[in-house]
Design a protein around this ligand. Structure first.
Ligand SMILES: [Zn+2]
Length: 87
C-alpha cells in the first residue's frame, strides 16, 4: 500500500509528507490553488507540490500582479472621481 503523499518530495528535506495549503497571506485562497502550494510536515518548508521546487518566483509574480491590478483599480477610481468632479 502506498502511504506517500500525492505531492512532489520536499526540496529541503526530501520527505513526501506535504499538506496542501488552503490559504496564504500572499495569495489568499486562490494563490495556493494556482501554484499547488504545499507545506512540508517535516521541516515546514513551503513549495510547489507539482514541481517540487520553491514557489518564491510565482509568489513574487502573483503578489506584484495583484499589487498592479489593485493600483490600477485605485488609480482608475481616482481618475473617474476627478473626471466627474470637473464637469
Ligand atoms: Zn521538508
Amino acid at each position: 500500500m502506498q502511504s506517500q503523499s500525492q505531492y512532489a518530495p520536499c526540496p529541503n528535506c526530501g520527505q513526501s509528507v506535504a499538506k496542501k495549503l488552503n490559504f496564504t497571506w500572499w495569495g489568499g485562497a486562490l494563490g495556493p490553488r494556482m501554484f499547488t502550494h504545499v507545506k512540508c510536515e517535516n521541516c515546514k518548508t513551503e513549495y510547489n507540490g507539482k514541481t517540487g521546487k520553491s514557489n518564491q518566483t510565482n509568489i513574487i509574480i502573483y503578489f506584484a500582479a495583484g499589487f498592479v491590478i489593485a493600483f490600477c483599480a485605485c488609480g482608475g477610481m481616482a481618475f473617474l472621481t476627478f473626471f466627474l468632479n470637473n464637469q
